[in-house]
Design a protein around this ligand. Sequence first.
Ligand code: BG6
Length: 467
Amino acid sequence: MFYKELKKFPEHFLWGASTSAYQVEGAYNEDGKGMSVQDVHEPPEGITDFKIASDHYHHMKEDVKLMAELGLKAYRFSIAWTRILPNGAGEVNEKGVKFYNDLINELISHGIEPVVTMYHFDLPYELHKQGGWCNRKTIDAFVQYAKILFENYGDRVKYWLTINEQNVMINHPNAMNPGRLPTKKELYQQCHNMFVAAAKATILCHEMCPGGKIGPAPNITAIYPATCSPEDVIAADNWESIRCWLYLDVAVYGRYNSLVWAYLEEKGYTPVIEDGDMEIIAKAKPDYLGVNYYATATVSAARNDGTDCQPRNGDQQVMIGEEGVYRAAKNDHLEITDFGWMVDSIGMRVTLRRVYDRYHLPILITENGLGAKDELGEDGKIHDDYRIDYLKRHFHQAQLAVTDGVDLIGYCPWAFIDLVSTHQGYGKRYGFVYVNRGEDDLKDMRRICKDSYYWYKEVIKRNGIEE
Ligand code: BG6
């Protein structure tokens, strides 16, 4: 389809930015916070842990002021479950409740819409020790946690996201499971229990928060076949269903994707589904979909000769292949970042069109951005023109998706501020705002606005990139 004229981004478009609690807050053991699986995570040699991060916990007001100066319409952040319930369930930590209450009030006083992720990779360690998501007690704990959030913040928070990247937690489980890595069978049980927990929270949100909107936030990407060989097309179809559609089909249609169910049966990975689970899942109706998009993936047919699975490096955007199911293929049409992630702005349009076409629900881009080795220059500035270029291309494709008819309600790049990347610490930065610290050397934690910050400010003011 060719268009003479691009549609404008809608009025009240939620130009935002994202972070997650464990990657930005620090203060990992302060004011009654309990340990999460991320707090016990041992980073590789030379990479920082998540204990201090960008110390947002102690810089909250200063950071929100920078958001306001940027002109953000929305801020997507996550709540640390262990600040609210240090043991995952049971006793409530009032100081933790207060921190997010203050943050939400601060955002609202600056006209910034809070978009709250309830759970972003930081399962309470106490729950983990009792089996984590394999144990159905974690579903009850999540429901208790959800109730506390809705009771305390439901009067002001209109946009809720249940679980960040459930599909990444299942497909790349290493960073979320300290100790023994779960088997695939266990992972799909975790996955099912998360579906039930998210469904219960969705129903609760609708009961407890008048006007509240809630949805999932998976990492979704179109999967391309390496060639037009029908075998490659089938492999791409299979992997797109296993990686992406499973998660949105359960959330939106309230049923398992049939291709994926057949795969689970064949492999012996089917989860135990208790009586009533599917009724709860079917009853829970999301109001919108969060989509984290970084890059497409290209796959070819599996050879099933013991070589389909490539060595895993844990990165969520790097496909690893699965014996007999698909194998990762190279896409010579795309560039890659310094960290091996594909850059595919048009792929974002493809992805948004596919998601909207399947589900017909409003979409909020909850993450997208460029991880780079930003350097503080001698002039005291960060000239991240590569990030501006990346975002400009993606914003353009988002606008094309809007022109295609996709109901896109907002765009929250990752990240508002530099934070600890899931695998590469501060060596891989995403923020509009630089944090002056190294891996070990905390320096002065000063906030410095990058060139991309000033560029994004103009985009927001104009409600879009220049024509
Ligand atoms: C998403 C996660 O998968 O990608 C974020 O939701 C993460 O938590 C982001 O930081 C970028 O990934 P990374 O590995 O570069 O930090």
